[in-house]
Design a protein. Structure first.
Length: 110
């Protein structure tokens, strides 16, 4: 089990996964929670969240204050070299946070 207090919530805006640097806890969390993942385009995430201009800070605040998922229970990054104007964004949750996400009726796939 990963100590969630060691995880950082991040959006990786780098080209290619070779440039992504996750600490050991984040790598373990990312790899272990592949099945608790959602992928949305930035526009779809904007519609779901009600955030007109998605930024890291706004997305973190929305997940915590509006959805009720604590920092350390998820990691966020662009999905698979998605560089277009409307990139895909992947969020991987802990098992408990993913269940809570689904209970909120927010959907599990784009």
């Amino acid at each position: 089990m990963v100590d969630s207090s060691l995880l950082y919530c991040i959006i990786v805006n780098m080209r290619g996964s070779r440039g992504v640097s996750l600490n050991e806890s984040e790598k373990e969390f990312w790899n272990n929670n592949e099945s608790y993942s959602i992928i949305y385009s930035r526009d779809q995430l904007s519609r779901i969240s009600g955030i007109s201009n998605i930024t890291t800070k706004r997305l973190f605040e929305w997940l915590w204050q509006e959805v009720g998922i604590q920092p350390g229970e998820y990691l966020i990054k662009r999905h698979n070299d998605s560089y277009r104007f409307n990139p895909d964004i992947e969020i991987r949750f802990s098992q408990e946070a993913f269940a809570y996400w689904k209970l909120q009726g927010l959907g599990v796939d784009k």
